[in-house]
Design a protein around this ligand. Structure first.
Ligand code: ADP
Length: 458
């Protein structure tokens, strides 16, 4: 029967430094967990090798046990095994303190710490007698797996193992990425359009023959408004209006905003240049001018940007306290309530390899308002301009988008979005239902990865 593969299950080992929910910094953490779950669900075997950070949220680790220990790199490395979201995870716990720093990133020796981790992970596989089909590594932080493996480990009984390297963001660690691209058997990035956007980059261009854009998905069980402890009323597309109304009321109460039937624009983001900081600020003022409410949840790794937003928050909370709230921390539970309670989620990125916020937004029936770049271009189809492009994907248009990286650009999309809310609530509600019913899970992309894994072994 067509479509049923006779190939035996693959054994895939991810070597990664972020993983939701135990140590998530951004989208990479979501992807490691949700891609692994999707591939495992298709009956392949998946293991993850992960640093045993002191800051792990270990209440999400089940059945944690000491598995073995070995010596390498001048230290003892204890190996713990546990289950995270149903996935098998080996935690490397070097006794030299490299992961006892209270953080994932942010140390002066990050490159050295993760380089050590990658090498230790390969050593663990070798000494443990593992023979995976695929080693999957991610971004600059586990890029060393690619060249260390080809340099030092292919000869040692790991001959059938192939390396897949995924770029989640080309912005960071270009040298490590360049080297990993050279040695990997296959390389991917997280959307077709971002793959095209970076194809001319000298780090990528020599390797286009083995480079593919595969869109990220979200895990529909982890992001599920029908089964979510952080929102007041469970909902599906059938009762989206009722569910979102309750979530909006709770959001307004929780954040001290006026309880009123107003359009709510939500923004959930790392506050960095990539995310379009000047466009975010402009959109806040434009939303207030249109008598909407705006909620921003975000934090900035750069102190100057964080301070700048603290000042903006003080200003807004005194001038528009009933309609604007900026929460300048990382807060997973609050993010759920915002996705559920907001009418719109704004993502005005300057560049965006894939973007998960717009996908999560749609799962919660919030309409995305985005800049047309990278994965945002591939997943959001403007209700006025992208009907044909959406049809080609067998989709209905699902949001509002704009091109320019300036104030008139944001205005163009945001004004149409807010007007649609004021002028045609029935139409707007049917749009919420449409976006909720679209499938942005791993269903399709996981199959593309499995095909890629197979092709790496040919
Ligand atoms: P990136 O990886 O560039 O940060 P993505 O859109 O791929 O961007 O992924 C962002 C993820 O991080 C989403 O799951 C989003 O909900 C979450 N997130 C971002 N900022 C915050 C925050 N301040 N609090 C809670 N979750 C956040």
């Amino acid at each position: 029967v067509g479509g049923i593969s006779k190939e035996p299950p693959l054994h895939i080992v991810h070597i990664a430094v972020e993983m939701a929910p135990i140590a998530k910094v951004g989208g990479l953490g979501d992807v490691v967990t949700s891609l692994s779950r999707a591939v495992q669900e298709l009956n392949h075997n998946v293991d993850i090798i992960f640093p045993k950070y002191d800051c792990l949220k270990d209440n999400f680790v089940k059945d944690l046990k000491l598995d073995r220990s070995y010596h390498w790199g001048g230290t003892e490395i204890k190996v713990w095994h546990g289950k995270v979201e149903g996935l098998s995870v080996y935690f490397l716990d070097p006794q030299n303190g490299l992961f006892q720093r209270g953080c994932v990133y942010g140390c002066a020796d990050d490159a050295g710490r993760f380089g050590f981790f990658c090498h230790a992970a390969l050593e663990f596989l070798l000494q443990g007698g593992f023979h995976p089909d695929i080693l999957h590594c991610h971004d600059w932080s586990s890029a060393p797996v690619s060249w260390l493996f080809k340099d030092q480990y292919t000869h040692y009984g790991l001959v059938k193992t192939r390396v897949v390297f995924t770029i989640h963001n080309l912005e960071f660690g270009a040298n490590a990425i360049a080297k990993a691209m050279t040695f990997a058997d296959k390389a991917t990035t997280v959307s077709r359009t971002y793959a095209k956007e970076v194809a001319g980059n000298s780090v990528i261009s020599p390797h286009l023959y083995k480079f593919h854009g595969i869109i990220n998905g979200i895990d529909p069980d982890i992001w599920d408004p029908y089964n979510d402890n952080f929102i007041p009323v469970p909902y599906t597309s059938e009762n989206v209006v009722e569910g979102k109304r309750a979530a909006k009321e709770e959001l307004q109460n929780r954040l001290g905003l006026k309880s009123a039937d107003l359009p709510v624009v939500g923004i959930i983001t790392r506050l960095t240049h990539q995310k379009g900081i000047h466009l975010i600020k402009h959109a806040i003022w434009r939303t207030l001018e249109r008598n909407g409410q705006v909620v921003l949840l975000g934090s900035a790794p750069d102190h100057r940007i964080q301070n700048d937003f603290v000042n903006l928050a003080n200003q807004l909370h005194s001038s528009h306290g009933d309609r604007a709230r900026l929460v300048l921390t990382y807060d997973e539970p609050l993010s759920h309530l915002i996705y559920a309670g907001a009418d719109f989620i704004l993502v005005p990125s300057i560049f965006e390899p894939c973007g998960l916020t717009q996908l999560i937004a749609m799962r919660y029936g919030a309409v995305p308002v985005v800049r047309k770049t990278g994965g945002l271009y591939d997943t959001v189809f403007d209700v006025d301009h992208d009907k044909e492009r959406a049809e080609a994907q067998v989709l209905e248009p699902n949001g509002f988008s704009f091109d320019g990286a300036d104030a008139p650009g944001v205005d163009y999309a945001l004004n149409r979005a807010i007007s649609a809310w004021y002028d045609g609530r029935e139409w707007f509600n049917s749009l919420c239902k449409t976006v909720m019913e679209q499938d942005w899970s791993w269903n399709r992309p996981a199959l593309e990865y499995i095909e890629l894994y197979h092709s790496a072994r040919k």
